[in-house]
Design a protein around this ligand. Structure first.
Ligand code: HEM
Ligand SMILES: [Cu+2]
Length: 635
């Protein structure tokens, strides 16, 4: 790789030597570089999106006409469960953390994430968990109790076999990976920002990632306890969820939704950050009302923890309680409303360039608002009692998840693809992709509102012709075909542009954030000279002979650690080498969790390789020793 303009070739060569991964397969397996991990994380999550889409396509094919015989009830149960589980646990949350793990270090001017080995571990654990789920689906032992696996259906009494255990362990794997990602993001943002990037100068995407990471930290432990309790009830005969023996079935729903509601905002909050970056770049002005934007993100994070009971309105909870959760559910519309008004103000005052990323943002606003409106409807108890468990809910949840998550993500792909690959995606194919996607999504999901109002329940594999649900279902399936076409077009675009796309250069969009201040793709060390940030829009506010940080060592991996509030230089830190131990530790974790599905002895068997790999992880190498000596000599 050639050095960036203005970088001394000697300096570049020295930095490359210490920061670059080994080449070949071994280098890939041992990499601890955030861009390498981030990229494979994004690709893996996208593959899970395609697999989840495949499940959805099969379901839509089955539902296209009444009494269709394509897929039987057992298969159908597995399909919607694996689809929901994939989309939520293996696609939406991981792809958001992955975007953070790739871009946050670049956006704050750091060389890598704070704990690079842990980062690699998180990715491998996630990959093993996802693969396990799909192996089980192919073996026809995929989970079949829905993505929230309610007890008592999911308990030992009604779901013998290993299907639910598979679900519980898949979720456990992804919890670990998500927590790892959250810890990485929080510490990197708090301690590795470039000098000058005080908290009130952080890009809105970084703020969104910070809020998301804290939400993961507070939400995941609840579902972790839930899946652990479920596994215990099933595996060693505890009765935590069994009312007959003093347990509590409703406890499951409280634990699950105390995580599950924040979960959708864990997907939505980073998307808000993406929207802000794209709006700002393509109107060429900072987003209007920075403090209001930041406070709205934080408020959304807090409020999202006070809504969970709106998923439980039909469980017979007291009326006063329901009213409280209705009010809270209405309230969450306020911070999102503020953000939308701030974007409108920004666009109003600027002159927007209608590039493909910007089109996806416009699509996001329209689609997400439809989902928001149906959300306000079902937040009111009497309406929810009517719509509960019908296709109205399926329509609503896809409008918010696709509108609030996938639209911004596609925008973000078009926006950042040139930074990752060095080439731009085709705008012409991109416009077709956008148009088909927008039409397809609305055609698939809008009719579901009507189906729900006409009484079609969710999670049914077929229906009678007399119900009259046939035509709208056919329409929805035609919509799904258009969605598939649009995604194929996207894949073609990605593949063609990889080879034939026009060269991006450092900053093709003239964007303000730091990641655009280095080559595309960035070198292994990100920045030859760690930048000093002079304003909220780092690149736009940069003075002609802008200052940089000098004096970091180039004969070993050394990074600058800064203070939490003002990002003043605090100390230097020796950064660990790449290693294979995170992979081995993840494999050991996999052995532990997967054998636990089949026998409680899994704990005893799995603890042995896990202990060995943790010891290996912490074992100092000769190189560590040498570097430590050099460090001491210099001090
Ligand atoms: C655009 C492609 C998609 C199509 C065609 C699609 C279609 C479907 C269908 C047919 C169902 C089952 C309805 C039922 O029988 O109850 C379903 C359920 C679901 N979908 Fe999607 N979906 C898509 C994308 C997504 C995405 C992107 C997400 C999340 C980010 C998602 C999350 C869910 C969830 C959570 C469920 C509920 C599963 C359950 O009932 O346990 N879907 N979807
Ligand atoms: Cu909710």
């Amino acid at each position: 790789m050639t050095p960036a303009v203005g970088v001394d070739p000697g300096e570049h060569a020295a930095l490359e030597r210490v920061w670059r991964d080994r080449t070949g397969l071994w280098g890939w397996l041992t990499s601890t570089e955030h861009k390498s991990i981030g990229k494979r994380y994004i690709i893996t999550a996208f593959v899970f999106f395609l697999l989840g889409g495949l499940n959805a396509g099969l379901m839509r094919a089955q539902l296209a006409r009444p009494e269709n015989g394509l897929i039987g009830p057992d298969r159908y149960n597995q399909l919607f469960t694996v689809h929901g589980t994939t989309m939520m646990f293996l696609f939406a949350v991981p792809i958001m953390t992955a975007m953070g793990l790739y871009f946050v270090p670049l956006m704050v001017g750091a060389r890598n994430v704070a704990f690079p080995r842990l980062n690699a571990y998180g990715y491998w654990v996630y990959l093993i968990g996802g693969t396990f789920l799909y192996v089980q689906l192919l073996l026809n032992t995929g989970p079949d109790t829905g993505w929230f696996s309610y007890v008592p259906l999911a308990g030992p009494g009604f779901s013998p076999g290993k299907r639910v255990d598979t679900w519980a362990q898949t979720v456990t794997f992804t919890e670990i990976a998500a927590l790892v990602g959250a810890v990485e993001l929080i510490v990197t943002i708090f301690k590795n920002r470039a000098p000058g990037m005080s908290l009130n100068r952080m890009p809105l995407f970084v703020w969104a990632m910070l809020v998301m990471a804290f939400m993961i930290l507070f939400a995941m432990p609840w579902v972790a306890s839930a899946t652990l309790f479920l596994a215990m009830d099933r595996l060693i005969g505890t009765h935590l969820f069994n009312p007959a023996e003093g347990g509590d079935a409703l406890l499951w729903q409280h634990l699950f939704w105390f995580f599950g509601h924040p979960e959708v905002y864990i997907i939505f909050v980073p998307a808000l950050g993406m929207v802000s970056e794209i709006v700002s770049t393509f109107t060429r002005r900072p987003v209007f009302g920075y403090p209001a934007m930041v406070l709205s993100l934080i408020t959304t994070g807090f409020l999202s923890f006070s809504l969970w009971v709106h998923h439980m309105f039909v469980t017979g909870i007291p009326e006063l309680g329901s009213s409280f959760f209705t009010a809270a559910s209405f309230m969450i519309a306020i911070p999102t409303g503020i953000q939308i008004f701030c974007w409108i103000a920004t666009i109003w005052a600027g002159r927007p360039r209608l590039t493909v990323p910007f089109l996806f943002i416009l699509g996001f606003v329209v689609t997400f608002m439809i989902g928001g409106f149906s959300g306000v409807m079902i937040a009111s108890v009497p309406y929810d009692q009517q719509a509960h468990d019908t296709y109205f809910i399926v329509a609503h949840l896809h409008y918010v998840l696709l509108g609030g998550g996938v639209f911004p993500l596609f925008g973000a792909f078009y926006f950042w693809y040139p930074k990752i690959t060095g080439r731009l995606l085709s705008e012409r194919l991109g416009r077709w992709h956008f148009a088909l996607w927008f039409i397809g999504v609305n055609l698939t999901f809008f009719p579901m509102h009507l189906l729900g109002l006409r009484g079609m329940p969710r999670r049914v594999y077929t229906y009678l012709p007399e119900t009259g649900w046939g035509p709208l279902n056919l329409l929805a399936t035609i919509g799904a075909v258009i969605v598939v076409l649009s995604v194929v077009l996207f894949l073609v675009n990605v593949a063609l542009s990889r080879w034939k796309g026009s060269e991006a250069g450092e900053n093709p969009w003239d964007a303000p954030t730091l990641e655009w201040g280095t080559t595309s793709p960035p070198p292994s060390y990100n920045f030859a000279y760690v930048p000093v940030v002079e304003g909220r829009s780092a690149l736009w506010d940069r003075s002609p002979d802008h200052p940089v940080v000098t004096g970091l060592r180039t004969d070993m991996r050394e990074v600058l650690v800064t203070t939490l509030l003002d990002a003043e230089p605090d100390h230097r830190h020796r950064h660990p080498q790449s290693t294979v131990w995170p992979l081995l530790t993840a494999l050991s974790t996999g052995v532990l969790f997967i054998t636990l599905v089949y026998t409680p002895w899994g704990l005893v068997i799995g603890i042995v390789p896990l202990t060995i790999s943790f010891i290996g992880w912490g074992w100092p190498t000769e190189r560590d020793h040498q570097e430590q000596l050099r460090e001491e000599a210099a001090a």
